[in-house]
Design a protein around this ligand. Structure first.
Ligand code: SF4
Length: 276
């Protein structure tokens, strides 16, 4: 399984000097305090794909409800989605919002796997990372975050998933500019963590700051390389920071484990954002 090339140049205008060191320091601090986060909560690669499609524009709690309905109806599999009509699928995914569109996206995804890979996810994920990423991005409704979630968490390809939390945290700490392109951020994190290792559970986790973590799942245990594990963990750790501390409004810097990396000037800027 090959990682995408890091040779693509990072934009000098949107990723600031010292960015690599800062990203590395964030990973080491969070991994040491909180340990493994056990993403993604799924039993099969197809469950990851369904979750990645359904989670667009909604909370994970709503996705879990839809997944439970799909499981109960015994259609949470590639065969299941293939053999059900879009009209039958819609009520099952209603809780995830945009249910007509999402039901059609799931049907379209299975049609894509059938047409291009003979219905085999194994064959699909055996495709080189860059080639498969292009193919996924050609599918309607699959943007970079969804494509990379599928590659990393379902296919165990070494690629980092950039989301709104990643951008907000890195931007607030002066690592990058708000206009940084998705792939600039992805390449920054992948390069910065190229030599890091999967965290071991800390002897003394920081229970004061560590949010609740998922129980290990079949997919979270199915790591195949150090890179996959590190990108998996970094995404999970940043999601926890974004969800529980680095809120869009009202960030809780004083309690956040990344507070020591925030300069006085950055803190003042964040606090101004807090008052808006
Ligand atoms: S909450 Fe504050 S300290 Fe934590 S990541 Fe956000 S800006 Fe940084």
């Amino acid at each position: 399984m090959k990682a995408l090339s890091h040779k693509a140049k990072k934009s000098q205008r949107t990723v600031y000097p010292g960015a690599d060191e800062q990203v590395r320091a964030f990973y080491q601090k969070l991994a040491q305090k909180w340990g493994p986060q056990h993403w993604w909560p799924a039993e099969t690669p197809f469950e990851v794909i369904v979750g990645a499609v359904l989670t667009q524009n909604t909370s994970w709690t709503n996705v879990e409800r839809a997944m439970a309905s799909l499981r109960q109806a015994k259609v949470l599999s590639i065969e299941g989605i293939r053999n059900i009509t879009a009209a039958q699928l819609e009520p099952l995914v209603r809780s995830s919002g945009y249910f007509r569109q999402k039901a059609q996206r799931l049907k379209d995804f299975v049609a894509f796997v059938d047409a291009r890979y003979g219905g085999s996810l194994g064959r699909m994920f055996a495709t080189p990372t860059a080639e498969l990423r292009v193919a996924l991005l050609e599918q309607k409704g699959i943007g970079m975050e969804t494509a990379d979630s599928i590659l990393l968490y379902a296919g165990l390809h070494a690629i980092f998933v950039v989301d709104a939390y990643t951008r907000r945290i890195l931007e607030r700490h002066g690592v990058l500019d708000a206009s940084a392109k998705y792939d600039d951020v992805r390449l920054l994190v992948e390069g910065a963590l190229a030599r890091e290792v999967i965290p071991s559970p800390p002897a003394e986790p920081d229970f004061d700051t560590r949010p609740k973590i998922h129980a290990p799942s079949t997919m979270s245990r199915a790591r195949q390389s150090e890179r996959v594990g590190v990108y998996n963990e970094m995404h999970g750790l940043l999601v926890q920071v974004g969800k529980h501390y680095c809120h869009k409004q009202g960030p809780e810097c004083d309690r956040c484990p990344l507070t020591e990396f925030l300069s006085a000037q950055q803190r003042a800027r964040v606090q101004i954002a807090r008052k808006k």
